[in-house]
Design a protein around this ligand. Structure first.
Ligand code: AVJ
Length: 321
């Protein structure tokens, strides 16, 4: 048995309670992890093919060209852990370069993850693959039980860390340290601060795929929370906020309107926004400082065209646990 999939319950309860809390708050917001229903996963893959959204392509190119160096810096490991692995497309090259005995992948989009991890296991007969369908932001501790002993590498590519504020990011990186263990390492990719016009275009592609991705969230809520959003009454609104160093993605209400969600009623003023995503951009030194505050020690760095990958091991002076 080289593949197992474990689906953790509570996903739909959490969707309901987090969405209701986010809509009751001021300003209104919904966590970006809820973009990724099946249509959302497909739309995100389509975003990555848009000419304006180069992030994923640049990371792929960087990982392909520098992989021998990166693998040498990592050394021998027993297990790769990837939180938010999605379709497992990014971890494949790393598995082939590092030959770990185990791969543990986690994602809130359980069915997409299960299919992708099963196919990866099929292509790597000697590899033990464990896929956990869970919201790792809340459930990471439950993953401890599935960790094999030995040297572990936490892989967190794609600038997913940008969805968290610097304070939240430091806390999450601290929890990654517990997953990685004493001899553990962290390989993480993030988007660097750059020309705001370039960033603006990346989240406002001409084909409207990012807009469709953002608006798909409303269709998901209509289906899964018995909501009655009219997507045509909202507009995708994304911009770079240079003061905070982040892309902000909103759904802007084009009318004075009330919307029912899971039996509750929420009012949107004309021009009011529902915040759906923050995507922070970092200078390399800035990111290393965040990781260092979580007990990680910078060991390697690779950059290409505004994207960076950093490798960390444990600080010698870090407080354990
Ligand atoms: C998957 C969080 C890295 O922030 O760039 C792409 C998601 N949102 N276009 C990002 C996203 C709109 C993406 N991350």
């Amino acid at each position: 048995m080289t593949f197992r999939f474990v689906e953790f319950p509570s996903a739909s309860d959490e969707l309901r309670s987090e969405v209701l809390a986010g809509l009751a708050a001021s300003p209104k917001s919904i966590p970006p992890k809820y973009f990724y229903d099946e249509a959302g996963c497909r739309l995100f893959e389509a975003i990555c093919l848009q000419p304006e959204y180069a992030l994923t392509r640049i990371e792929q190119a960087l990982m392909a060209s520098r992989l021998p160096e990166i693998a040498a810096a990592i050394g021998t490991i027993d297990c790769i852990v990837e939180p938010g692995a999605g379709d497992c497309s990014k971890v494949r090259a790393l598995v082939d370069a590092l030959h770990p005995g185990h791969l543990l992948v986690l994602d809130i989009a359980g069915s997409t993850l299960a299919q992708a991890a099963a196919s990866l296991a099929g292509d790597h007969p000697g590899l033990q693959v464990t896929a956990l369908g869970m919201d790792f932001i809340h459930g990471l501790e439950e993953a401890q039980a599935y960790l094999p002993p030995g040297r572990r590498l936490v892989y967190y590519p794609g600038s997913s860390i940008g969805n968290f504020s610097p304070t939240e990011a430091a806390a999450l990186l601290g929890r990654f340290r517990e997953i990685a263990g004493e001899e553990g390492q962290l390989l993480i990719g993030f988007d660097q601060k750059k020309d705001p016009d370039l960033l603006h275009r990346a989240y406002n592609d001409a084909a409207g795929v990012t807009a469709a991705f953002n608006l798909n969230l409303l269709q998901r809520l209509n289906r899964e929370l018995d909501a009655d959003f009219e997507p045509a009454r909202f507009r995708h609104y994304a911009f770079y906020n240079p003061v905070e160093g982040r892309i902000e993605m909103h759904l802007l209400s084009l009318a004075e309107q009330s919307v029912g969600v899971a039996g509750q009623c929420f009012h949107f003023h004309l021009g009011e926004t529902l915040l759906t995503e923050h995507s922070y951009k970092f200078r390399c030194g800035e990111f290393a400082a965040i990781a260092s505050s979580a007990g990680w020690h910078l060991k390697g760095e690779w950059r290409q065209d505004g994207f960076a990958v950093q490798l960390f091991d444990q600080s010698i002076d870090a407080v354990p646990g």
